[in-house]
Design a protein around this ligand. Structure first.
Ligand SMILES: Nc1ncnc2c1ncn2[C@@H]1O[C@H](COP(=O)(O)OP(=O)(O)OP(=O)(O)O)[C@@H](O)[C@H]1O
Ligand SMILES: [Mg+2]
Length: 253
């Protein structure tokens, strides 16, 4: 009985999942259990399989093998319910050029039957007040990322899945996104997985860090568990695990 109660606390369960694209084995047997309230960083170089893994958790791609459960449920039979509970932002977000920031948020809010008030809350949370009448095509990179995050947060998701939310942003814009995500941490039932190339991002935002390379988990744990005298930061650790820097391209054998 105790074991059952404990198991139900995992909001995301990934069980021995594999995914290949023709001859490329993007994900090669990944297991994950994410408890409610945990913020998790998936850290790895280009081509490590981060997007493929996250998109399978998002129900966008199907695993070839293995099982993924969100709140104990599979995507196959519970898609409508699960869509209401998660918020996602993809690695590259394309907005409708001819809608303004406000109109874009209103459109997405209508999918969830949300009122205007929620749109205003999101505009405030993401600091887009001055840009709400701007066409999305005219936003800067940082503003686009904040809008993408705002869209992901509209429905007050219990699980937030963000694929490289700050890639390409300057340090100030990156910190603005971190500030928004740090506010979410105050909600005890909000959980998050983000993928990133930035060690500092993982360190600043996440309780648990998962280092992936070539479709496998190399190591995972809290930052203090991962670092030691020989590996003083995540980059040192990555080099000692793989012989390469985090920002080097992965070549599959
Ligand atoms: N739709 C696809 N068709 C063919 N190959 C794919 C497809 N999607 C991903 N891959 C391949 O699978 C591997 C993992 O890709 P993935 O996008 O998951 O990596 P990633 O860790 O997200 O990389 P990045 O940091 O560059 O975003 C790569 O070798 C990639 O080329
Ligand atoms: Mg990716």
């Amino acid at each position: 009985m105790l074991i059952l109660i404990f198991m139900n606390k995992f909001v995301i369960e990934v069980k021995n999942v594999f995914k290949s694209f023709k001859d490329v084995e993007a994900v090669r047997g990944i297991d994950l259990n994410i408890p409610e309230g945990q913020f998790v960083a998936v850290l790895g170089p280009n081509g490590a399989g981060k997007t493929t893994l996250v998109e399978m958790i998002e129900g966008i791609q199907k695993p070839d093998r293995g099982e993924i459960l969100l709140f104990g449920k599979t995507w196959k039979d519970n898609e409508t319910e699960l869509r209401q509970l998660i918020g996602i932002s993809l690695q590259e977000t394309r907005f409708i050029d001819k809608l303004t920031v406000y109109e874009t948020l209103r459109l997405f809010a209508s999918f969830f039957d949300l009122k205007r008030d929620r749109v205003c809350e999101i505009i405030e949370l993401t600091g887009l007040e001055e840009k709400q009448k701007a066409y999305t095509v005219n936003l800067s990179g940082g503003q686009r990322q904040r809008l993408a995050l705002g869209l992901a947060l509209l429905n007050e998701p219990r699980i937030l899945l963000l694929d490289e939310p700050t890639t390409g942003l300057d340090p100030t814009a990156r910190r603005e996104v971190w500030a928004i995500l740090n506010k979410l941490k105050e909600k005890p039932d909000a959980s998050m997985i983000l993928t990133t190339h930035y060690m500092e991002e993982a360190e600043q935002l996440c309780d648990q860090i998962i280092i992936v390379d070539q479709g496998r988990i190399l190591k995972s744990g809290r930052l203090d568990e991962l670092l030691d005298a020989n590996n003083k930061n995540l980059d040192d650790l990555f080099i000692s695990l793989t012989g390469r820097h985090l920002n080097e391209q992965t070549d599959q054998d």
